[in-house]
Design a protein around this ligand. Structure first.
Ligand code: IMP
Ligand code: MG
Length: 178
């Protein structure tokens, strides 16, 4: 493992090791196994950033469960903010099902707040958020994040699925901008 990496024009230093990530992912999966005992949750993994986290998390989940990969697409539309985001790829019927959203990182929380609003009309029996990382100092909305592997400072991070301008996802550790 290298202590620093270059991603495009920026330099990053390792901040969360592969071993620590693995331990935290296992801890969160165990919480889910306990909390959802007797249920068949459907995991909705938000692409692209959560693909590695979702793969590792699911292998620690021992419940009968399903996973579906969704994408939040932004496009210019007629709204006051000029941006409308919608969920693409929600092919499984989540009506009456317990849903667990799998996200790479919650920053302002706006993405997750919007996703909750978009999922509610599908009438799942419950919705919980499971995020790899959370920046509490950046949260702008009142968001209930039930499962979180690690809280981090307000710095930009890459690796283990997280990107800087599309690059840097393919590392085993997580790195912070220096
Ligand atoms: P939010 O709506 O501000 O919570 O933004 C969440 C999204 O922004 C995440 O799903 C990431 O795609 C991206 N993001 C936020 N912080 C970082 C970071 O430090 N590194 C990489 N992506 C980030
Ligand atoms: Mg994301």
């Amino acid at each position: 493992m290298s202590n620093t990496i270059q991603v495009k024009d920026k330099r990053f230093a390792v901040s969360i090791s592969e071993a620590e990530i693995r331990a935290e992912v296992k801890r969160v999966a165990d919480e889910i196994n306990r909390d959802y005992a007797g249920q068949n949750p459907i995991f909705l993994a938000v692409l692209n950033g959560s693909f590695i986290f979702a793969a590792d998390l699911l292998r620690e989940v021992t419940l009968p469960c399903e996973i579906s990969f969704v994408r939040l697409a932004s496009y210019q539309g007629v709204s006051t903010t000029g941006e409308i985001r919608e969920i693409m790829g929600l092919s499984t019927d989540i009506t009456g099902r317990p849903v667990i959203i799998v996200e790479d990182i919650v920053d302002t929380g706006l993405t997750m707040a919007h996703m909750l609003e978009t999922l509610k009309p599908h009438n799942p029996s419950s919705i919980d958020i499971c995020t790899l990382l959370l920046k509490p100092g950046k949260l702008q909305v009142d968001l209930d994040v039930r499962y979180c592997c690690k809280q981090i400072p307000d710095d930009f991070v890459v690796g283990y699925g997280l990107d800087y301008d599309g690059f840097g996802r393919n590392t085993k550790d997580i790195y912070t901008l220096i």
